[in-house]
Design a protein around this ligand. Structure first.
Ligand code: NA7
Length: 543
């Protein structure tokens, strides 16, 4: 019975998404006792929760899978260029079964508290089901985009229609036929859902605050020649991804966008646009993410595409993103997004001109007027990167909580550990490349690195690991410096915590690149876990 969590474990893992499942797999291979605690009713994490119509990964199917199971990567058959949520969920469920992981996964259970006991150097983990477990290691695999946020306007409790958040979509198919439907938010979730909701509803109104840059996926049935080519060379392709900037192998750019004339640039952007992915255009030139003028050339290219598609020039201008650099808010990939605004039954409300005021009994009120709806879909995003971690009461040394420690923004060593919280690991934590990468590539690297460290500790009979303050400060400064060398820190985005009122403005992910990050982590390990204090259980310091 998986509901029975033993009182003592080597490790508790929080979250059964891609991170938690692979972590469990590795912990078992180390011979450790472990349980994964998961709030959802099934495994999958992001791909369990985000069931909204049109939910799809922005990384191509052949590159969005685990690399650790060499047989599975040959056997598994993806059907489309980009994988849909149901297909990814089927994949991750299969992994859970194939590796017999489910017997150590406790579902429908939220971890509410994790408290470090200095005497025993162990974590006490508590759940909303009343479980209490003592574990040597506590591994947070809670995801970066897992704590949803609603718009900060009053009145939702008065609304009498149905409302949904894209990330907490109901299990059963929602029937919007004959309905007037609103979508609030035009990030990746909104942009994926809008074309499908437009088809299903009688009438759709899109409320846009910030126009996003969106590129077409050119999605469709997967090309079988491409599949065969990749399967023949998977190990090499995976290795290239591991050493690349964003966790997806693409040829590195060599030229500045400003070195070439308009025509040459246009033809390069067009060729890359036609690939239907994000990295193609973003990596067309060396300076798109660091130089405003260079970036503007790509931004204007995208705006030109919007104007080509959207027939009503007024709507096209509202949909043209401006005021921030292309790529510094997460750009989107879509299937028929801009085309949707050519439909008679789709309206667009520019919230910059007429901001939201409140949710009413019958719909939504802006500064201009009330709009009535049968259903409202909130695609309003997440309290990213720290939200899920900080909604657990995590208390480290000296009774200091992670909330207190990170009051001015998160600081970590390598995005994996934080001073004052020994034996606590954050997979895809702030200060790691995670959200700026192909997540699975980052996840595998984090998990492999953590399990190598745990193996080292057990061989050396060590029981406590904690980063030093100076190592953490150096890494956190480096993360900030890398961010400030780019245009990212000039933009209000969830990378900056800017989408959540009151959240500290700190650039949270590491943008030095997936490959360089991996090298740094490997060096730290090769140098005997440089920057960490490692101790025996009885507190005899070793270094
Ligand atoms: P995002 O990308 O954070 O998008 C949220 C959208 O909701 C965005 O357009 C926001 O506008 C809008 N929003 C949020 N709050 C409000 C309020 N109060 N009023 C009006 N509009 C609002 O979340 P997604 O779920 O789409 O995607 C998250 C990530 O998942 C994505 O980046 C990929 O990495 C995958 P804003 O831009 O803040 O003006």
């Amino acid at each position: 019975d998986t509901r029975n969590i033993p009182a003592q474990l080597d490790a508790v893992v929080v979250g059964a998404g891609f991170s938690g499942l692979y972590m469990l797999y590795k912990l078992r291979r180390l011979g450790m006792s472990a349980k994964v605690v998961e709030a959802g009713a099934d495994v999958g994490g992001t791909w369990y929760w985000n069931k909204y119509p049109g939910a799809r990964c922005d990384v191509e199917s052949m590159h969005y899978s685990y690399s650790f199971d060499r047989e599975l990567e040959q056997e598994w058959e993806w059907t489309e260029k980009y994988p849909s949520q149901p297909e990814i969920h089927a994949y991750i469920s299969h992994v859970a079964d194939r590796h017999d992981l489910r017997r150590d996964i406790v579902l429908n259970t939220k971890v509410t508290e994790a408290r470090f006991d200095e005497e025993s150097s162990r974590w006490t983990v508590r759940t909303d089901e009343g479980d209490e477990v003592s574990a040597r290691y506590c591994i947070m695999a809670v995801g970066c985009l897992s704590k949803p946020k609603l718009p900060e306007i009053p009145g939702i409790e008065n609304y009498t229609g149905n409302w949904y958040h894209t990330s907490h979509w109901p299990e059963e198919r929602v029937d919007f036929s004959g309905q007037r439907v609103a979508v609030i938010g035009t990030g990746s979730s909104g942009i994926q859902a809008i074309p499908i909701l437009a088809e299903r509803a009688d009438h759709l109104t899109v409320f846009q605050r910030t126009a996003n840059f969106s590129l077409p996926t050119f999605n469709g049935p997967i090309d079988q020649d491409l599949v065969a080519g990749i399967k023949a060379e998977y190990p090499r392709i995976r290795e290239e991804a591991r050493m690349s900037g964003f966790g997806i192998a693409v040829e590195e750019p060599t030229q500045s966008a400003l070195e070439v004339d308009d025509e040459e640039r246009r033809s390069k952007y067009t060729e890359r646009w036609n690939r239907g992915n994000l990295t193609g255009v973003l990596q067309a030139y060396t300076d798109l993410l660091v130089d405003e003028r260079a970036n503007e050339t790509a931004a204007e290219f995208v705006r030109g595409k919007v104007r080509e598609v959207v027939r009503d020039p007024e709507k096209a201008e509202i949909l043209c993103p401006r005021g921030y650099a292309f790529g510094t808010k997460r750009p989107c990939l879509d299937t028929g997004y801009y085309e949707t605004f050519n439909r008679e039954d789709v309206d667009l409300v520019d919230l910059r001109a007429t901001p939201l005021v409140e949710i009413t009994e019958n719909g939504v009120r802006t500064t201009e007027r009330e709009h009535e709806f049968d259903s409202i879909v909130f695609a309003t995003g997440f309290d990213a990167m720290t939200g899920a971690l900080l909604s657990i009461d995590i208390v480290g040394r000296d009774g200091v909580s992670l909330q207190e420690k990170w009051a001015e923004g998160p600081t970590t060593y390598l995005g994996l550990t934080t001073t004052g919280f020994p034996n606590l690991f954050t997979i895809t934590g702030p200060g790691s490349p995670s959200v700026l990468s192909n997540m699975i590539v980052s996840i595998e690297q984090h998990v492999d690195w953590i399990s190598d460290l745990l193996s080292h500790m057990s061989q050396q009979e060590l029981a406590v690991v904690e980063p030093t303050e100076s190592a953490e400060k150096q890494w956190s400064d480096h993360v900030q410096e890398c961010g400030e060398a780019t245009l990212f820190t000039k933009t209000d985005s969830w990378y900056m915590g800017a989408n959540v009122p009151g959240k500290p403005r700190v650039f949270m992910p590491y943008i030095g690149g997936v490959g360089p990050y991996r090298q740094k982590c490997d060096e730290v390990a090769a140098n005997g876990y440089e920057g960490f204090a490692l101790q025996k259980a009885d507190d005899t310091a070793l270094d």
